[in-house]
Write a protein of this length. Structure first.
Length: 160
């Protein structure tokens, strides 16, 4: 009997390895009738050393970073043709763009969306230290109580 995963979470970082993880997530979501959650956890610029101490100036910079990240997130999903593929596969896709420490954001999102499975892409190395999210991925593997699928594959070249 196959596991019933209602919510699949795929954290992405805009790399080709993210594309592979999204493809696997979409395929599984279609087969299992799951909802696909796509998450990009952007570093919060206000948490970085040297960020402007002037509150008004800092807020403007943070807002510009947030807007640029949103555009990149939307463009990445469009470039992957995720919306079109999900519609054809009859899979509900929920995009999540969050700001903050990526590990913390991923862990919070797992709980928030009640993820039953997390899929992350790997660079194709044999050592876990070379995962898509590096040491963050290792921490995810250690800290989560849900299954984590590490997709290790050669990504397809995207049309530019």
């Amino acid at each position: 009997m196959a596991a019933h995963w209602k919510n699949i979470l795929v954290p992405i970082d805009f790399t080709d390895h993210s594309v592979v993880a999204l493809e696997r997530g979409l395929s599984l979501a279609e087969k299992l009738g799951s909802r696909l959650h796509v998450l990009h956890a952007a570093h919060d610029p206000t948490e970085l050393p040297g960020f402007p101490e002037n509150k008004k100036s800092g807020e403007k910079v943070a807002q510009k970073v947030e807007e640029a990240t949103k555009k990149r997130f939307d463009a990445f999903l469009e470039e992957c043709k995720l919306t079109k593929a999900a519609k054809a596969a009859k899979v509900e896709v929920k995009p999540h763009l969050r700001s903050g420490n990526p590990l913390r954001v991923i862990l919070e999102t797992i709980t928030e969306v009640e993820a039953d499975l997390v899929i992350i892409g790997a660079r194709g190395q044999t050592d876990l230290s070379h995962l898509l999210l590096g040491s963050q991925a290792q921490r995810i593997l250690q800290l989560v109580s849900v299954p984590v699928m590490v997709v290790k594959a050669t990504p397809k070249k995207r049309d530019k």
